[in-house]
Write a protein that binds this ligand. Structure first.
Ligand code: CMC
Length: 441
């Protein structure tokens, strides 16, 4: 058995190689085992050996890197951060501890945790000049549009942490982004509703501080409800990382060109915005509102199954999970707790969601395709009950995922085998032809 580790030497390989015959030529391809999960066939020399590329749009069978951070077993419905199951972390840990775990690989001891917490809380403020930057946006700008811009602009404000060859600067940039992301998202929200920016409070924990910056106003005292803070912390923990998803791969690809970390994370925010990815929580809640009452559900199920209708059940299905998304289970419980706290435990939206889930899970179309609720199915209900408008949902996802993006980016930068990402293509356009002057066309 051999594992592909950083700086792996080919001579250490012990597995039988895979063989491939193409154009009458047989080549051997090394096979590496993962610590858990499927092994991989190394095709890096395939082009040199055969003149052929592999073809895998959507990367359904392609591992683009090796990583120690997060593992998903899609068939079991299991998600592990550094080996720890997500439900244990959601129940017993807290977001900043999870950040430490993702970034440094192990759970911290007490002193390490205190040091990390103090480093993060010392970086929560934004450069004051950034308030002018916010004012350049239209008031009705989507918070994600503002976040893409502001996160990218961090590199214009924090020059002293953009040298990616310096591990110290990489570390400071990482801490800065984890610390400032809640402030950036909360200010995008405040700006969109015409309220003054609320500065961070370093005596509050990470989740409570975020709620404070979103919901407090200067003219009255705002007390963060501990159940709300716990729910926020859990949402952040559940979204912290998810191995090589579209936005994380975007961050890695951007980072592979040695772009500065703020630019890479801005690229991740942009990718996350799409409704097939992080934008699904917004789309899922909008869909539940549109369905409105349980009696409308059959019509929407029929539409989701109709190949001629582009409608899909938002918050359902996943590229990797072919079982119940473990994050959705935690989120469903959190939804019940928060709805009870705000006195709407019998909310029509929750009823529609539960009924829709029940019907879909029994319907052969969904059963055969292994389409289960994903994390976004319930997260919108929770965030809405907490008082967030739908436009903030993906911004909160981006805030939570920042640590995962950074952990993956740091892992990539410190890998000596790292090269610029450069996929190849199956060209299907015109072959060589000569230019013709316009009057001759
Ligand atoms: N509703 C109805 N049919 C669906 C759905 C859905 N939500 N999702 C997949 N299908 C069908 C699809 O039509 C296809 O059917 P057929 O084999 O007959 O052509 C089959 O299931 C496989 O779908 P796919 O599009 O090939 O699967 P994918 O792995 O490319 O897409 C997905 C995964 C998440 C983009 C997709 O399931 C989807 O669009 N879901 C709704 C959006 C959503 O909830 N996204 C959040 C994902 S979790 C959070 C995150 O990671 O960002």
């Amino acid at each position: 058995m051999c594992n592909l580790t950083k700086g792996y030497a080919m001579s250490e390989q012990k597995n039988d190689p895979a063989t491939l015959t193409v154009d009458g030529k047989t080549v051997e391809l090394p096979v590496y085992n993962a610590s858990v999960g499927p092994s991989v066939i190394d095709v890096r020399k395939l082009y040199a050996q055969t003149g052929h590329f592999t073809y895998d749009p959507g990367f359904t069978s392609t591992a683009a890197c090796d990583s120690d951070i997060t593992y998903i077993d899609g068939d079991k419905g299991e998600l592990l951060y550094r080996g720890y199951p997500i439900d244990q972390l959601a129940d017993d840990s807290h977001f900043l501890e999870v950040c430490y775990l993702l970034l440094y690989g192990e759970l911290p001891d007490k002193a390490q945790m205190e040091d990390f917490e103090s480093r993060v809380t010392n970086h929560t403020m934004l450069h004051e000049q950034m308030t002018n930057f916010y004012r350049g946006f239209r008031r009705d700008g989507h918070p994600m549009a503002i976040m893409v811009g502001v996160v990218g602009a961090l590199s214009a404000f924090y020059h002293d942490s953009t040298d990616i060859t310096d591990p110290q600067q990489r570390e400071i940039a990482s801490i800065r982004m984890i610390a400032k992301m809640p402030t950036i998202a909360a200010w995008a929200y405040k700006y969109s509703i015409g309220q003054p920016f609320v500065y961070p409070r370093n005596d509050l924990d990470y989740a409570s501080n975020f709620l404070h910056m979103c919901f407090s106003v200067p003219c009255e005292e705002y007390k963060v409800d501990p159940i709300m803070a716990q729910a926020m912390d859990r949402i952040m923990t559940l979204h912290a990382d998810h191995e090589q998803n579209a936005s994380t791969s975007t961050v890695r690809l951007a980072g592979s060109s040695d772009a500065n970390p703020f630019a890479c994370i801005a690229a991740g925010v942009a990718c996350l915005w799409g409704p097939a990815h992080g934008g699904a929580n917004e789309a899922a809640l909008n869909m539940l509102h549109e369905i409105g009452t349980p009696d409308q559900i059959p019509e929407y199920i029929a539409r989701a199954k109709d190949k001629d209708d582009p409608f899909r059940l938002m918050g359902f299905g996943h590229r990797v999970y072919k079982n119940y998304d473990p994050r959705a289970k935690v989120m469903q419980q959190t939804a019940k707790e928060v709805l009870e706290l705000v006195g709407v435990e019998n909310s029509p939206i929750l009823q529609v969601a539960q009924e829709l889930e029940k019907i879909a899970l029994e319907d052969p179309y969904f059963v055969e395709r292994k389409l289960y609720p994903n994390v976004d199915f319930y997260s919108g209900i929770v965030l809405s009950a907490m008082g967030f408008p739908t436009s903030m949902f993906t911004a909160i996802f981006a805030t939570s995922r920042t640590v995962g993006w950074i952990a993956q980016w740091k892992e990539m930068i410190s890998d000596p085998g790292q090269r610029i990402g450069r996929p190849r293509q199956l060209y299907t356009g015109a072959s060589h032809r000569d230019y013709m002057a316009v009057e001759k066309r």
